[in-house]
Design a protein around this ligand. Structure first.
Ligand code: G3P
Ligand code: CA
Length: 255
């Protein structure tokens, strides 16, 4: 069944978020210690124009505060606690995460950066993101293999705008419809990879080969069940996003 020539790379989804609070330095630090090949984060723009790593529109679920990220300043978000009671942490900025990943010298860990709110603030998020990546010298990689940053989005428009502004940056078009991902969408926007959910992959395992035949990689989210991880390995998936990087790596090592 296997067409895989090597095991999938493991991406820590929101950091090692099965063990530490999501999108915190503690979660990313643990992911790197556990040997993650990549880390995933969601980004949003604050009222004063900073990119911060927060999944939801508001901060209620992941901090001790209330309100929308887009209506708060970075200083206000830094005053909240996104960590635990014993290890409190203010909001994590994208630049802090980039610095952590680039400082981790032993491995060329990749950053999978997901742009949220693509419609209302989308273009501004992307422009700010590219400025930030260029500031760290990772906005125009020599090749996809050498890229330290990959931009991922459910919004085809966001992927399309990134491809136009930064043609060398790898991109992933996320989605849950196999028709959408295997059809013309990824080609039209120039995505270098498709990103089906694991549920979509279970129903449409041929997606991986179809993408490969079109020169595209596959990034699957979010695989915590060992059977799903094994399925990804068997199908030759390139990147597997998981909340448990060490456990997922162990499954792949014994596969
Ligand atoms: O990595 C893609 C995945 O994170 C998409 O879903 O809701 O966790 O951002 P979500
Ligand atoms: Ca995400």
């Amino acid at each position: 069944m296997s067409r895989a020539s090597r095991a999938p790379f493991v991406v820590a989804h929101r950091g090692a978020s099965g063990t530490r609070p999501e999108h915190t330095l503690a979660a990313y630090d643990l992911a790197l210690q556990e040997g993650a090949d990549g880390v995933e984060c969601d980004i949003r723009l604050t009222r004063d124009g900073h990119l911060v790593c927060v999944h939801d529109r508001t901060v209620e679920r992941t901090s001790n505060g209330t309100g929308a990220v887009s209506e708060m300043t970075l200083e206000e978000l830094k005053a909240l606690n996104f960590g635990t009671e014993s290890e409190p942490e203010g909001v994590l900025t994208l630049s802090e995460l980039i610095e952590l990943v680039l400082d981790w010298k032993s491995r060329p860990t990749k950053l999978f950066i997901e742009t949220k709110h693509p419609v209302r603030y989308g273009a501004l998020v992307e422009t700010t993101l590219l400025t930030e990546l260029n500031r760290y010298g990772i906005g125009a990689p020599a090749s996809a293999d050498h890229a330290r940053a990959v931009v991922i989005s459910f919004a085809a428009t966001a992927v399309w705008r990134i491809r136009r502004a930064a043609p060398l940056l790898p991109t992933v078009l996320l989605g849950e419809s196999s028709l959408y991902l295997s059809g013309g969408a990824a080609h039209t926007v120039g995505a270098t990879a498709i990103g089906p959910s694991v549920r979509t992959l279970r129903e449409h395992p041929d997606l991986v080969d179809k993408a490969a035949a079109a020169g595209r990689a596959t990034y699957v989210w979010t695989c915590d069940d060992p059977e799903d991880v094994q399925l990804c390995a068997d199908l030759g998936v390139d990147w597997v996003a998981t909340n448990h990087p060490a456990r997922t790596k162990a499954v792949l090592t014994t596969a």
